[in-house]
Design a protein around this ligand. Structure first.
Ligand SMILES: *Cc1c(COP(=O)(O)O)cnc(C)c1O
Ligand SMILES: [Zn+2]
Length: 427
């Protein structure tokens, strides 16, 4: 991992936050992604301890607790509402839904239809402030779409690297003829081979965005908890989310800790209930065996092919790293769920029928975990519960609107360094 160039360490005490290593407490310069000494995440420590809202739209209302100075114009953000029909079906009295996607009547305008768009907004703003010229994003779906869409607004170049077979997933909700968006399709590659090729791309000013190590990504996703706490008036007792590696869940946990310190939103951290999709359940397996590390044999790529929600399949999750998913589950006395594809499909159908909006497969895994928790009486019917519907409204958006494909550059998965260079030089 390379850190972005930019401000010097002396700046650490300026601005609205400082970056600290979760393990050694060392202060880092504001563009850092890692601690050179520790296997640990960095965390943003905001000077403002009381949550104050800005008069901005979408996630930028929470600007005070996002690790950037400026912002990218956007009205994308999570919306929280109290469920009636689905809650009644489950017998829950206080079920709230956080929805990230396209649902105009509810005021939800995430046009790439997943919460990855928040990560894109904050990460690209941070990249710009840190002097990054081009951010490389490897993705077979939601992340690539989110970053491609935001690139033009943020005026930061984004190179999305995707297996050629998934190139259709990288569409844009508007025609933007943008010099900032670049798509590279890797022929004959699966996701992991595309990552391998992306790792070979070395050029001045090109940076890998850092995934869960990037505080911009985690705090962006953590806005889900902020929006919910404000809407409900307190933090929920339970929080349900489908996870890949858990960047979103870590972000939510970190925001909950800030809300706890604020003092106005409750005295307990929400319990994390996190779900993976069978057969790819490495974090589930590790957690139920009380292991703080992932076994490689549980994260086989053959498993990814057999998944229903194959976007939630991080093979190198931020689990053992200090401040990561293990710590989040431990501190909140969390639970892991392993969900079958057909359970997720049933959950999707029930949810869509009762709540009136389509949801993406990954989100359906989260819905199924809530159903399972209710059946196994892991939560009380009266408990304030938050279900993070991480993506939705895609079928609806595609019905109502035209979407636009990007034209990719193409490289073979075993392309020579010279041919990679040649394509990259055109970008
Ligand atoms: C990425 C993604 C997730 C998983 O998020 P984590 O980063 O693992 O917390 C869940 N749902 C959707 C729709 C996603 O795109
Ligand atoms: Zn450290």
């Amino acid at each position: 991992m390379t850190r972005a160039p930019g401000r010097k360490a002396q700046d650490e005490n300026m601005g609205k936050f400082r970056l600290k290593c979760v393990e050694c407490g060392g202060l880092k310069e504001r563009c850092a992604l890692t601690c050179e000494k520790c296997d640990s995440l960095l965390r943003a420590e905001y000077y403002q301890k009381r949550l104050t809202l800005k008069e901005l739209s979408g996630i930028w209302r929470f600007h005070e607790w996002l690790p950037v100075d400026g912002y990218v114009d956007s009205c994308a953000g999570p919306i929280t509402y109290k469920s009636r029909e689905f809650a009644r079906e489950l017998g829950l009295k206080n079920l709230y839904i956080s929805f990230s996607g396209y649902w105009p009547e509810k005021g939800a305008f995430v046009q790439t239809c997943a919460f990855k768009e928040y990560e894109a907004l904050v990460s690209l703003q941070r990249a710009r402030e840190c002097g990054v010229k081009t951010l490389i994003v490897c993705s077979s779906g939601n992340t690539g779409r989110g970053f491609a869409y935001v690139a033009e607004k943020a005026k930061v170049h984004v190179l999305v690297v995707v297996p050629e077979k998934n190139v259709d997933r990288i569409w844009l909700p508007e025609t933007i003829e943008s010099p900032y968006v670049h798509l590279l399709a890797v022929r004959g590659a699966d996701y992991f081979e595309a990552v391998t090729l992306a790792n070979k791309i070395e050029k001045e000013g090109f940076f890998q965005e850092g995934g869960a190590k990037n505080v911009a990504r985690r705090d962006a996703l953590g806005t889900v908890m902020l929006d919910a706490a404000i809407k409900i008036g307190e933090m929920p007792k339970h929080y349900f989310q489908p996870i890949s590696g858990g960047a979103g869940a870590i972000g939510v946990w970190e925001m909950a800790k800030r809300l706890l310190a604020d003092g106005r939103f409750g005295k307990h951290l929400p319990k994390l209930h996190l779900a993976q999709n069978i057969p790819f359940v490495p974090i589930y397996k590790a957690w139920i065996e009380k292991r703080n590390y992932i076994k490689e044999e549980d994260a086989k790529k053959e498993y990814v092919r057999e998944m229903y929600a194959n976007v939630i399949s991080n093979r190198n999750p931020p689990y053992s790293i200090r401040g990561g998913t293990w710590d989040a589950l431990t501190e909140t006395r969390g639970e892991m769920y392993a969900i079958e594809g057909n359970e997720a499909i049933d959950a999707k159908n029930i949810f869509e029928k009762l709540e009136g909006i389509d949801i993406v497969p990954a989100a359906a895994v989260g819905v199924a975990s809530l159903i399972s928790a209710v059946e196994k009486e892991k939560i009380d019917k009266k408990d304030v519960t938050l279900l993070n519907v991480t993506g939705g409204g895609m079928e609806r958006l595609k019905k109502e609107r035209e979407t636009f494909k990007l034209k990719p550059e193409i490289l073979k998965k075993d392309a020579s360094n010279a041919s990679i260079r040649e394509v990259i030089d055109r970008i």
